[in-house]
Ligand binder design. Sequence first.
Ligand code: GAF
Length: 373
Amino acid sequence: MQVADVFQEAHGRAPEGVWRAPGRVNLIGEHTDYNDGFVLPFALPWGVSVAASRRADRTVTVRSLQAPGEAHTLDDLDRAEGWVRYAAGAVWALRDAGYEVGGADLVLDGDVPPGAGLSSSAALEVAVAVALDDLYGLGLDRMELARLARRAENEFVGMPCGIMDQAASALCTEGHALFLDCRSLAYRNVPLDVAKAGMRFLIIDTGVHHELADGRYAQRRRECENAAKRLGVAALRDVTDLNDALARLDGAERRRTQHVVTENHRVEALVGLLRAGAVTEIGALLNASHLSLRDQFEVSCPELDVAVEAAVRGGARGARMTGGGFGGSAIALVPADRVASVQESVNRAYRERGFAAPRFLEAVPSPGARRLA
Ligand code: GAF
């Protein structure tokens, strides 16, 4: 059933509108956003739709097609728990920033594969924020909206993420990746047409549930901040002489710095290739990014490593883990006529290792947040 129909059934009237915000996959630029660096995500066809109407009071009600039978009425946003907290957080962030946001009835419908590292939570936050922006005529620009959605996640949900996922959901455009400078927040939508080059982006969902809020993500952030402090720079983005920096660091801080600095270079190099129309040449950068995340940043896991290695063996031009890591998904660039052999190769490797079968999805650069009706 459509989200607008469920709204009608629940509230006895049609919603004032329906909005949608997508999940994302990151092509390259991992664990760089909170180091003031560069990222290059693109929006996915999967996302969260929200049918919504204003209310005369300040109460927020939330339902979801994925949680039939549940109806949450929040007079106090702080009471929200579980998935409802992401919606409540978006309302909180707008109000806390001083925007006049009254009550709202929200009905959500999400189809981002959960736990796959494809930003279902950012999609939810941005979908609610974009709906409220329109309903209450706030006139937010999309970057401000992304910043507020990130605040919802940082300060309300309690996950210390960077801005990448919310910015991707809010700002991506169809057929493009988003090249974002996470310090200045300057961005460009870079054309990304792999189909024209006879290629596909394949997402390999390992099925290993990643839990970013479990402390390891926050620990990586702290290590990066400590390294920057020891080097006397505001953020690892500011390291200009990598050899000198590495000579002054040791242990985890040294490895994290090596990853972040080289990853920023890889993002810029990859954007250069895209702008030169050389999308088929980006594979080596994807592979190098994965090795760096595995060995220097230490956020991969056996299922991701096996997926990446088997994808390349099966004919992918390049592959890497994507997102926060510790599970979730890998992304591979695959010639269209090798998709089946890549899948076969990954399936076989998973069977040999005794891993549960992975899931394959095709990632097509899709539109960012928008009003549907
Ligand atoms: C997660 C975070 F939410 C992002 O901000 C980013 O740091 C990413 O991990 C790693 O690149 O998705």
